[in-house]
Write a new protein. Structure first.
Length: 309
């Protein structure tokens, strides 16, 4: 069997995230409308922030700086800025998963609004707040206009997602990824070139790398050996430069996005030759798999020599 450049040493193939590597702030940011209710059953609204990212709260009237307080901000936030109708928050670092920082905003007429400042939600629909437009008068023109803008943005995103899904249905690469994740490698044009088995904390991991005509593929097998918590997939990225994270196109299919303790699952990724192309010719790519908390779980090297003619 001939030797390929990408199998000289396992560390070239797969790097484990033994040291947590967080996603850069602002991966997903939102401008949203928050309608405050006087109903006693309403819970304290959440504001989602990320380290080194400014979050702006915009109110219907002037804010009172003396009555606006972010509890225990020292050492965790820049000094909160209060001016006009705005309050600006900027954490010095990402907040811990369980950190909740109370915020009290007092308006010029004495109205008080309480919030909980916390890290971004980790679900697939999670976000970091870029701006939150806060309204108490739901019937005001500004409140209705802001809510309408939010609805239009959601409709546009759903339309984009539907269009993407339609394209995927007819994508050859997604079809190959589906076959791979279903264990039907023999029905694809791919040939396995390397496999590596390792353990990272509570995860047992095996990575397979495949060569193909005009394409390359990778399969990540994950087993959650932790007794208490599920493992959840957050995101996959394919790039040639880990510094800029310029995204390259790829197809992905998952057996399951969440692994309960003791459960296993597969993630298959297929990249066409176009993803490897640059002005200098074909380049190597890095496939990153992130778990729910934003930390890197697996880094796989896809060498350009995997592309067969």
């Amino acid at each position: 069997m001939r030797t390929h450049p990408f199998i000289r040493a396992v560390p070239v193939l797969v790097l484990l995230a033994s040291v947590a590597v967080a996603l850069e702030p602002g991966v997903k940011t939102e401008i949203r409308t928050l309608l405050i209710s006087d109903h006693p059953a309403q819970t304290t609204p959440n504001i989602y922030v990320s380290g080194k990212v400014s979050t702006v709260l915009h109110f219907e009237q002037e804010c009172d700086p003396a009555g606006t307080k972010l509890m225990g901000w020292e050492g965790r936030f820049e000094r909160p800025l209060v001016g006009g109708k705005k309050v600006v928050l900027e954490p010095l670092r990402d907040l811990g998963e369980d950190e909740r920082v109370p915020l009290l905003v007092t308006l010029a007429d004495g109205t008080e609004h309480a919030f909980l400042v916390r890290p971004p939600r980790r679900e697939k629909w999670g976000w970091t707040d870029h701006q939150v437009n806060v309204f108490k008068d739901r019937e005001s023109y500004d409140a209705m206009r802001s809510a309408l803008d939010d609805s239009l943005k959601r409709e546009f995103k759903l339309s984009e997602e539907n269009e993407r899904l339609k394209k995927e249905e007819n994508s050859v690469d997604h079809a190959f990824a589906t076959l791979l994740v279903n264990g039907q490698v023999e029905k694809t044009p791919f040939r396995r070139e390397q496999a590596a088995v390792m353990k990272d904390g509570d995860m047992d991991i095996m990575v397979e790398v495949f060569s193909g005509p005009g394409k390359a593929a990778a399969m990540i097998h994950l087993t959650n050996t932790y007794n208490d918590e599920p493992w959840k997939f957050r995101e996959a990225r394919l790039s040639a430069d880990l510094t800029s994270h310029t995204a390259r196109p790829f197809a992905i299919r998952m057996e399951r996005a969440e692994l309960v303790p003791g459960q296993s699952g597969r993630i298959a990724v297929v990249a066409d030759q176009r993803a490897f192309e640059s002005k200098e010719g074909l380049v190597n790519l890095a496939l990153e798999i992130f778990r729910e908390d934003g930390n890197l779980q697996v880094l796989v090297n896809l060498d350009h020599t995997l592309i067969r003619k």
